[in-house]
Design a protein around this ligand. Sequence first.
Ligand code: 6IA
Length: 140
Amino acid sequence: MKIYFAGSIRGGRKDAKQYALIIEILKKYGQVLTEHIGDHKISKLGEKGIDEKKIFKRDLKYLQMANVLVAEVTTPSLGVGYEIGLAELKLKKILCLYCEQKNNKLSIMVVGNPNIMIEKYKTIAEVEKICDSFFRNIKK
Ligand code: 6IA
């Protein structure tokens, strides 16, 4: 099982620690192709001198290789939204994890989409249960 994990970078890094915890859970179910998303050293502005075209191309290749996309969507991110749309077009299974926020509602383009499984969570223990059920169902 190859897993593409998506999480905000330029959209903001406030949930980066959460991404790292989720990636650790996902590793129980397969190979996480995008482990770098949980790296706390990656800042919102990214690094100087990075080749953006190369990163884009590599991410598209990983998305193509992946069996599933798991996105943490609490912090809104253009890139994550784009990856969700592409994964849908490529008929990948999609799980969106959302930590409910008082002042920040999830986009209707995600909430209203029947091809996306959206799961709300409050604790990392809940994410473990959600992932367990998601991966059990896709193996059926
Ligand atoms: O619009 P955002 O930057 O929030 O989009 C985040 C999403 O786009 C993530 O799910 C990634 O898959 C992808 N993405 C955006 N920026 C990068 C990136 N930056 N590296 C890898 N994937 C990215 C460079 C980091 C640098 C330290 C090498």
